[in-house]
Design a protein around this ligand. Structure first.
Ligand code: AMP
Length: 117
């Protein structure tokens, strides 16, 4: 597994630091956000260190399949698949990306504003 030293999400994926893991696939893992902004707030990440969407390509199709398979299954298991939910990926400074390891926020359990602030 490709790991970047000092990447907190690499450490979570490798279970070097604790987190509330919800589910995983061979190439992706989902865990609860430590500072939730909605009743359901789960982060879904590749286990391999991929910084941003721009770093995806034909060689990462399996990873993206695993990520969206997790998102679909977790939306069902968290009881938000019928009521609605949001999948967010912040890319770069102006979008507010804090952790430089690709991650998708799966958020639900409340009404959301549009557009996001
Ligand atoms: P972003 O601003 O899109 O980079 O989102 C990073 C998210 O990671 C934030 O919602 C943080 O609350 C969350 N986060 C940071 N550290 C941890 C951690 N150790 N465990 C779980 N979530 C974390």
């Amino acid at each position: 597994m490709t790991q970047v030293e000092d990447c907190i999400f690499c450490k979570i994926a490798n279970r070097e630091i604790g987190s509330e893991i919800v589910d995983e696939r061979e190439t992706a893992i989902a865990f609860r956000d430590v500072n939730p902004k909605a009743p359901v707030h789960i982060l879904v990440i590749p286990k391999k260190h991929i910084p941003q969407i721009k770093d995806l390509g034909p060689d990462t199709c399996e990873i993206m399949g695993d990520i969206f398979s997790l998102i679909n299954d977790i939306a069902i298991s968290e009881g938000i698949s019928q009521t609605g939910y949001r999948v967010i990926c912040n890319i770069g400074e102006e979008a507010g990306q804090e952790v430089d390891h690709l991650h998708f926020h799966l958020m639900g359990g409340r009404f959301m504003m549009w557009p996001p602030g």
